[in-house]
Design a protein around this ligand. Structure first.
Ligand code: EAX
Length: 323
């Protein structure tokens, strides 16, 4: 009798302890290293989620594409086998076609312009387009402006790109534009890029300084041209059903944590942009930093006409002229 009561008490006590410490663990992944602008984003996010939910939610962080490439991670989030991912928008149009417009080359003047568009009504409206596809898009963040690297020659003008075999993201807008430059495009997931460059499967690739530095592409690429040909947004995505199950306060906690992650991410991109060129020169890269961008814009004439048809000139102008 006594024993039974003791056992009952124990079970009750343990139950209460479990309730008090109930912790749900979620996963988030990136394809770059922890020591990168993306690593900073998810590390801050994880810390903020835990803090803002009183430790009831814990976010486990995975780096270097250890859970798969970006497309795979987004797919996993859509299926719900992974709760969260942080990804560039490279593969996103394959899931949410409306985001394609952001990948148009030379659309944004600078980072301030891009960030203002993403944080303003255009970007916030685009976030809602993820809902119907099984995602909750928590916040925009960034990779930054993409530049071209290769192992063959200095790229100073668009003609220099003709015949270069370059790895691209699995992004239809990028591929169409780069083909117009005469690039031989080879779409590939990020975790395979270093080896492909090292083995000469491709001559080059394009990525922001933050990615070039953190992925150590200077070890396998000689020539860097600051083409800044396209702005590369990133996004925090969450499985929609998982988000919907959260209480209103916890939903807000996740949204606020993503905002904090974005702040840290953008600050790191600024830092990498500020010291990246000197850093990469010191590591032996030849950096062409006086690119005449108008030549590159002109070379894209035909495909730009197609983009205006596909996305609507008025929609592109709304982004171009956003203040
Ligand atoms: O998100 O695939 C890419 O080139 C991306 O820029 C990279 O994964 C970082």
């Amino acid at each position: 009798m006594k024993l039974t009561r003791l056992a009952a008490g124990l079970v009750l006590g343990m139950g209460m302890a479990c309730a008090a410490f109930a912790q749900t663990t979620m996963k988030i992944s990136i394809s770059t290293a922890q020591n990168s602008h993306q690593g900073v984003a998810i590390d801050v996010f994880a810390k903020e989620v835990e803090k803002r939910t009183g430790g009831r939610y814990k976010v486990q962080t995975f780096y270097n594409g250890s859970l798969g490439g970006e497309r795979e991670s987004i797919e996993a989030v859509q299926l719900g086998t992974q709760e969260l991912a942080f990804s560039s928008t490279g593969p996103v149009p394959n899931f949410v076609p409306e985001t394609k417009i952001l990948d148009v080359p030379f659309l944004f003047r600078d980072k301030a312009h891009a960030r203002a568009v993403l944080d303003g009504p255009i970007g916030q409206d685009l976030l809602t387009k993820f809902d119907a596809k099984g995602f909750k898009a928590l916040a925009w963040a960034e990779n930054g402006f993409r530049h071209m690297t290769n192992s063959k020659r200095d790229v100073k003008a668009p003609e220099d790109l003709k015949g270069l075999k370059m790895r691209t993201m699995e992004n239809p807008v990028h591929i169409a534009a780069y083909k117009t430059f005469g690039i031989v495009t080879t779409p590939m997931a990020f975790p395979e890029v270093f080896t492909a460059l090292q083995q000469g499967t491709v001559d080059g690739q394009e990525n922001p300084l933050s990615v070039i530095i953190s992925a150590k592409f200077d070890q396998v690429q000689k020539h860097l041209s600051l083409t800044g040909h396209v702005y590369s947004p990133c996004i925090f995505v969450m499985n929609k059903a998982t988000f919907d199950k959260l209480s209103a306060a916890d939903k807000q906690a996740f949204l606020d944590a993503a905002k904090e992650g974005t702040k840290a991410n953008r600050a790191r991109v600024d830092e990498d942009d500020a010291k990246g060129v000197a850093d990469l020169r010191a590591k032996g890269m030849t950096v062409i930093d006086n690119i005449d961008k108008t030549k590159f814009v002109t070379a894209l004439g035909p495909v730009n006409a197609q983009f205006e048809k596909d996305f609507g000139k008025a929609n592109l102008d709304k982004i171009r002229e956003f203040k």
